[in-house]
Design a protein around this ligand. Structure first.
Ligand SMILES: [Fe+2]
Ligand SMILES: [Fe+2]
Length: 178
């Protein structure tokens, strides 16, 4: 069973956009903490980044693999290769987060920010590929509507909707500046 939020291109895009915005906010905070040498808060904020990614991005990937992708294959089994490539994207993202946990545990802190940047780049590229494919799967009317959504206006809509975890990481950064 696939929720309507995943099947509709515009709401699926919004799910990607919200997760992306939240992860980016935390990335900026982690950068600031690194620059100010606030190591304890830097480690704490990195842990929160991992939690946000797991709850917003990796859990979204599991939902797709269990519901959305099988529904595409039921529509057309010629899409097997593209679905396999999306699952490979997800696996790559999982490996990057596994690596991020390892380097944080081993205190290789200088590797944290480049790895986070790589994760966000790959995650964004995957979302773009998935949304482009969804635009093709969708019918003409909905496809047009999907491509007409101005990303900036979506960013405006979701900017106030940050999770408790993001609020927490911003508080961590704020405390380090006191
Ligand atoms: Fe995905
Ligand atoms: Fe997605």
């Amino acid at each position: 069973m696939v929720g309507p939020g995943l099947q509709q291109p515009d709401s699926h895009h919004l799910i990607h956009e919200m997760a992306w915005q939240e992860a980016n906010t935390i990335q900026s905070v982690i950068e600031r903490l690194w620059q100010t040498n606030a190591v304890e808060q830097f480690v704490e904020a990195t842990g929160i980044f991992i939690e946000v990614v797991e709850s917003r991005i990796l859990s979204h990937a599991i939902e797709e693999e269990r519901g959305l992708y099988p529904s595409w294959l039921a529509m057309n089994n010629a899409w097997t290769a593209v679905v396999a490539s999306f699952i490979e994207d997800h696996d790559h993202l999982r490996r990057l987060i596994h690596r991020l946990k390892d380097i944080t545990r081993q205190a290789y802190y200088s590797e944290v920010l480049p790895l986070i940047a790589e994760f966000l780049k790959q995650s964004h590229a995957h979302s773009d590929r998935e949304e482009t494919f969804m635009g093709k799967v969708d019918n003409g009317d909905r496809k047009e509507r999907f491509f007409m959504i101005p990303p900036q206006s979506l960013r405006g809509q979701v900017s106030a909707d940050v999770s408790d975890l993001t609020r927490l990481v911003v508080n961590v950064a704020y405390k380090s500046m006191m």
